[in-house]
Design a protein around this ligand. Structure first.
Ligand SMILES: *Cc1c(COP(=O)(O)O)cnc(C)c1O
Length: 383
């Protein structure tokens, strides 16, 4: 059974041995724009590509504003900080995510609380979120509007960070609805879901702000990079200000008006982003076509191929298959990687990592099942 799968994957990527999980492509004007950075000497923070990249991203996602940053983790940290997360507070997220989601919460001095994901979206369950908030929080009326306080710890729950896993959208409209009931802002970790839509609307545009990543293994890459997208002008301005050393616009003088970061994206990185966005539709079509070939192949296989949940358009960043249990998963990982096809298990659940194992969580049954069964299979673009 595994032999057939390996043979099929190799037939999709005939010139690569071993077949990698995900590699970037540079099929557009990447070289031309990089050369332009060097020829004009604009290799650092000044230059036209950063604002062009921001405009293209805002246009593409349908958000009013986009602010480019050095990477997705920094973008999450800054978005949480601007959403009002302060040291000593708590932020709800899912255990099935890349560690950066939880790290960004920690960098704000806050502590994650883990809520389970759903089996058919791989994203946070709105019902379990509502249930947990209902049972574990009480309204804090000293602040107006009221805020949710964790009954056990006495701490404020100051944000919710759902994640669109591997590009598959979670039920984000319902998550935002629940969050609104408790007056908690939602920051969407859309690091993996550039190009993914939920009910026709781009992921990352449902909450107060969304965060994108352009790391080397993502759907498009700027080498390293991130973006905050939001419809809130004040949020966008604050994001720009705090990530560019909080420098005040004056004619000559260097004046900064708060403790801030140098989290800017360079013109060189943005040049790659502009070039990639110019053919992003083609990239999405290419990825979808590969996913459909997989879907078709796995129809006649005992191994289940994970497809788009209801109301969703995935970017199919990383394709997912589901093995029966941990034993079968491990033997598939062993077999595929020994036979020239790179595959990998999903991340160790964040609540099981040393730094996060003392965090509070709801019932995490689905995350546990998925952690034992998910395997990512090769998903690069095909020529
Ligand atoms: C990639 C990723 C990030 C972080 O992005 P970087 O650009 O690598 O810092 C955050 N969250 C998730 C879910 C990711 O996959």
């Amino acid at each position: 059974m595994f032999e057939d799968i390996i043979e099929f994957i190799k037939s999709l990527y005939p010139d690569q041995n071993p077949v990698p999980l995900h590699t970037p492509v540079f099929w557009g004007k990447e070289k031309e724009y990089l050369l332009n950075c060097i020829d004009t000497t604009y290799v650092s923070y000044i230059g036209e590509y950063v604002s062009r990249f921001e405009e293209m991203t805002a246009n593409y996602t349908g958000s009013k504003f986009a602010v480019a940053l050095v990477n997705g983790t920094a973008a999450l940290q800054v978005a949480l900080q601007i959403a009002g997360v302060k040291p000593g507070e708590e932020v709800i997220t899912q255990p099935l995510t890349f560690v950066a989601t939880a790290n960004a919460i920690s960098h704000c001095g806050a502590k994650p609380v883990f809520i389970d994901v759903e089996l058919d979206t791989l994203g946070m369950s709105p019902e379990k979120l509502d249930d947990w908030l209902q049972k574990n929080t009480k309204p804090y009326h000293l602040n107006k509007p009221f805020k949710a306080i964790n009954k056990l710890t006495g701490k404020l729950i100051s944000a919710i960070v759902p994640m669109h896993t591997f590009g598959f959208p979670c039920r984000i409209d319902e998550i935002v609805e629940v969050a609104n009931k408790y007056n908690i802002p939602v920051i969407e970790d859309a690091a993996e879901s550039l190009g993914s839509l939920y009910k026709g609307k781009h992921t990352g545009t449902f909450g107060l702000a969304g965060v994108l990543s352009y790391n080397g293994n993502k759907t498009i890459t700027t080498g390293g990079g991130g973006m905050i997208i939001t419809d809130d002008k004040d949020f966008a301005q604050k994001s720009k200000h705090i990530t560019t050393t909080a420098k005040v616009q004056l004619k000559w003088e260097y004046v900064h008006d708060e403790v801030a970061y140098n989290f800017r994206l360079t013109n060189v990185n943005a040049a790659l982003g502009v070039a990639q966005m110019e053919y992003f539709d083609k990239i999405l079509q290419n990825k979808r076509k590969t996913a459909m070939l997989y879907e078709n192949f796995f129809k006649n296989n005992e191994v289940k191929f994970f497809t788009e949940p209801k109301d969703s358009n995935s970017n199919y960043w990383l394709n997912v298959i589901l093995l029966k249990n941990r034993i079968e998963r491990d033997s598939f990982l062993e077999f595929s990687n020994l036979n020239g096809v790179t595959t990998r298990p999903v991340w160790r659940l964040i609540n099981k990592l040393r730094m996060y194992q003392d965090c509070q969580s709801g019932n995490l049954n689905n995350s546990g099942l998925l952690a034992d069964s998910i395997v990512n299979i090769p998903s690069s673009l095909r020529k």
